[in-house]
Design a protein around this ligand. Structure first.
Ligand SMILES: *Cc1c(COP(=O)(O)O)cnc(C)c1O
Length: 334
């Protein structure tokens, strides 16, 4: 099977860049949802702890349970709230208050314009009232920015709306609440030292999908994807490779099969334009379930070491390319 190398030095470098902006490690919550963006949940939890982070963010309670030994506190974004001293649970809708277990710690998500999750601005007072009646412990109030990674002023009107939210919450009598709205893109664009908490995802893994004028930090990719040689043959001019024989040899050439395919989470969609690897080798013909063909006889090849560039070739974003990588692929720390 293909394998993944995790560059610890680059991960620590990226985290340091953000700590420089927040001025403390304690306000950073490393986002480890979706197998830590394909990097490996447990492994990245260990490295985060080694770096000195104390908080993490995941999607499910099942993920939280895997990483509990490594963190003081974990925010769960999408699961039912239950009583667990180490975890807080996001309330994405009023109904979540009804289904939450009495005594559980929650963070209320308010919709300030993304219109995906979160209670409406108008429901804020009702929500605060109801969760009190229900006996829930409110730890935080949060929102999510829909356009932080786009060149527009939208981030600013959403932030303004969130300021109104804060005012209402404080006026209701809550004093020890944390407020948070920053993802990586917001953290790259705006000052961070006054933020209670930052939900740091893609930036920690080395990417910014922001337009280049916002590339304020020098981030380094953490993950690289590698494949092993399985078999090599010499093709005569005119012979064709793989399913459908869509690649035709222009000349005599040495071609090897490598152990990576769409079954491993590698994208098959390189039909319009062939994918070029980190070492400038072109994938010949179609991607199979478990194999690709390259003009090479190296024992190991690096498929990509920059998910942003690789994603562009495949008409997608770094997030999608990385989260698809199969959890069974062996991940090793460099
Ligand atoms: C995934 C997620 C993040 C992290 O976003 P990045 O762009 O990867 O930094 C932050 N907040 C919420 C609510 C998320 O779902």
């Amino acid at each position: 099977m293909a394998f993944i190398k995790i560059n610890k030095e680059n991960f620590f470098h990226n985290l340091s860049q953000f700590v420089h902006k927040t001025a403390t490690k304690n306000s950073i919550g490393i986002v480890l949802k979706d197998n830590a963006y394909g990097h490996g949940l447990k492994l990245m939890a260990q490295l985060s702890q080694e770096f000195g982070l104390t908080q993490a963010v995941v999607r499910s309670y099942a993920e939280a349970q895997v990483i509990k030994p490594y963190f003081k506190h974990i925010l769960v974004l999408g699961d039912h709230a239950i009583v667990d001293k180490q975890c807080s649970f996001t309330l994405n809708a009023l109904e979540d208050i009804d289904t939450a277990q009495k005594g559980s710690t929650v963070e209320l998500k308010v919709d300030t314009g993304m219109h995906r999750n979160g209670i409406a601005f108008d429901e804020l007072k009702i929500a605060l009232q109801r969760l009190k009646e229900k006996g829930l412990i409110l730890k935080g109030v949060m929102t999510h920015n829909r356009s932080a990674d786009e060149l527009s002023s939208e981030l600013f009107w959403q932030s303004k709306k969130f300021e109104e939210v804060k005012k209402i919450v404080k006026n209701t009598g809550y004093t020890h609440i944390r407020f948070h709205s920053f993802n990586s893109a917001s953290a790259l664009r705006l000052p961070c030292e006054n933020e209670d908490f930052i939900r740091l995802g893609i930036g920690a893994y080395g990417y910014s999908e922001l337009p280049s004028i916002y590339k304020t930090l020098a981030l380094k990719p953490v993950l690289s994807l590698w494949a092993n040689r399985v078999a090599t043959r010499t093709l005569q001019k005119g012979q064709r490779v793989g399913y459908g024989g869509t690649y035709r040899a222009e000349k005599e050439m040495r071609v090897s099969t490598y152990d990576l395919g769409y079954g491993d989470g590698w994208m098959r969609s390189n039909r319009l334009k062939a994918f070029t690897t980190a070492e400038n080798l072109t994938i010949l013909g179609r991607v199979s379930m478990d194999y690709v063909s390259l003009e090479s006889h190296q024992e190991q090849v690096c498929i990509f070491d920059n998910a942003l560039d690789a994603g562009k070739q495949l008409n997608t974003i770094s997030y999608e390319l990385m989260t698809q990588l199969h959890p069974d692929i062996k991940r090793t720390i460099l």
